[in-house]
Ligand binder design. Sequence first.
Ligand SMILES: Cc1ncc(C[n+]2csc(CCOP(=O)(O)OP(=O)(O)O)c2C)c(N)n1
Ligand SMILES: [Mg+2]
Length: 784
Amino acid sequence: MRTPDSNLALLRALERKILWLAAWTIHHANHVRPKRDGLKVGGHQASCASSSTLMTALYLDVLRPEDRVAVKPHASPVFHAIQYLLGRQGRDALERFRALGGAQSYPSRTKDADDVDFSTGSVGLGAAQTLFASLVQDYLRAKKWTPDGASPGRMIALVGDAELDEGNVFEALLEGWKHDVRNLWWIVDYNRQSLDRVMEDRLFQRIDGLFEDMGFEVSILKWGRKLEAAFGGPGGPELRAWIESCPNSLYSALVFKGGAGWRAHLERDLGEHAGVRELLAKHDDASLHALMTNLGGHDLETVLDAFHAVQDDRPRCFLAYTIKGHGLPFAGHKDNHAGLMTPEQMEAFRVANRIEPGAEWEPFAGLDLPEDELRAFLASVPFARPATRRFAPPPIPVPARLEAPSSPEASTQEGFGRLLAEIARTGGALADRIVTASPDVTVSTGLGGWVNRRGIFDRRRLADAFREESVVSAQRWEASPDGQHVELGIAENNLFLLLSALGLAGPLFGTRLLPIGTLYDPFIARGLDALNYACYQDARFLLVATPSGLALAPEGGAHQSIAQPLIGIGQPGLTAFEPAYVDELAEILRFALEHLQADDGGSVYLRLSTRQLPQPARALDDEARRAIVAGGYWLAPPAPGAELALVYQGVVAAEALEAFARLREDVPGAGVLALTSADRLHAGWRAAQQARAAGDAGARAPIESLLAPLSRDATLVSVIDGHPATLSWLGSVRGQRMVSLGVERFGQSADVPDLFEAHGLSADAIVDAAARALLDRGAAAAGG
Ligand SMILES: Cc1ncc(C[n+]2csc(CCOP(=O)(O)OP(=O)(O)O)c2C)c(N)n1
Ligand SMILES: [Mg+2]
């Protein structure tokens, strides 16, 4: 449906206002608000200017409440300006742009008070996020988990052209094609400038072809109405040929120079054409400049027509030609990315907008339309219709115990597979709302049993050809809209972005999902920024990383993860566990499924292993279960005042226990501390310190209680199949001597005994380390 002409005038006025407010917000933060640290506050006036027409069209005419948008990071002030006009953002937040509690530098779901659908900031991720959100919407619709009759929202990314340099964008596009995603719009703000430079001229052909190959319908918004009209008039064909062949860098330079620059070039290159001379004579410098910069992405009608022309749910790419800094003094200048208007330039811009001094924040100052008309229009825009845009569905109940068939020897990976298969078998709401995903490592990470029961998700129904042909296989891979496993190609970025979208299904679409993603532990590093992004948005998911560490042995050094436990500690929004035994895992998995759903919860990372360990024959009581979730317990309790404790996390339990058996005679009273989560214990320790600092003298952390039975000058020997710094902080809890064993250099192909010996994780190495520490301490005591 075309936008009525009566609305166009209002939209044009508001478009100007939005650019003003965005530029003023940045200016105010940099030049008006008092500063304390001498740092430039920043903000991107040029990036805002190139997006302001596109965003005006979207938010004030095209979007419906069910649509979801990832706004180009550097257009954050434009977004906030629009929200301000719609009455959804306070002036105070704009005045505090980039200050504590104010509007964020880049749109943030969790930190901004207005209605951000997807956080952006790390370029490329927001775009890919919309693609996976559309897959999640399809998943929910296939299961009829969206409200009856509700039309699907469009998942829209407004991206800078340089975002298309990020590899994760292409990984996502290919995956989106495989999953036949729908209702996805990517709008490229094609200003042909990145941070450092002006782009290659022929790039758009690549972009165009690429999107078409990936199943997108591409609309190129190249020329505005004025230019189109000029092309049809005298000198039009020559002008068109000239501008079509004008290199991006020259075009940008002339945009910066303005009317006189255009005239000089056009006279020199096309002056022999009478039509062109006639055309030039019709325009003064200002109007010639306006004509030559009338690109599609700055022409409101062109943009609106393109958006409104879409009648189907095919994925769309709009390549909107724009000018970085359009309408501002540094338009087109190659160095404008971080450029700020000077106070003098801002003053001239204020005058040009007919805004009185002191009225800079007034929503309607300087507009030549009646304020009540503007207000009435803003109140009536479709996007502003009262509607829930952030849902809070109730939690899915998690049973008090998760159980699975046990065996005397097992790996945590097997245990995970069995627990999940058991949930699948039992059924019920919990089983129905779990959705799993894996980047081509479904079976090798233990999800085979789950997939056999719950099937693969696909919008179409696809038979398993191997099964139909009676080829024997343990795996059943039928795909259908009922399936609950999303099989991805090998791209860890995609896994994390899908988990992020699945983990936002509750707030975005009103139906809670419990996403579980599996991958090999070392390859967390491949998608780390996307994982960080998912956590930053407070998406909730369970990450199961297996196998891990040297213990995956023959696969070799590039597969043996080392630093991942430190990621587990260091990553906000993600709680890391590394259990050794399946009964611990069962309790942790139960906790995780609740933690994903708790208001003050978060995502969970389980570092699991393929190494089989003898399982303890024990029944865990409530206290033991609580301790496992809190992060640790004494597997062999120390005598009061003991001089030595062995501390382990994960699969090195076997080596720690063997070392303990050998040390026990010489060091009676020593204990073995089993840790399931250095991350939880560390967080608890910091929280207790902070609580005490805040006056709660009785605050005590679980790790402080755990270490309390030991002598003050006891020695702790820790061991982990990962970086030793994961546990080395334990020595500071009570000021005890600490020896931390772990992995500090790359491994290689070998078996577990050889690797553990080479890296000092064997029982021998643990005994040696303990003996040496005790000797050193004795010597120090004798000397002192
Ligand atoms: C992953 C990542 N790398 C680098 C940056 C720093 N950076 C911010 S914007 C930008 C260039 C953006 O250019 P473009 O996407 O074309 O945006 P626009 O021209 O619209 O400002 C870069 C390199 C970032 N934000 N994220
Ligand atoms: Mg750009």
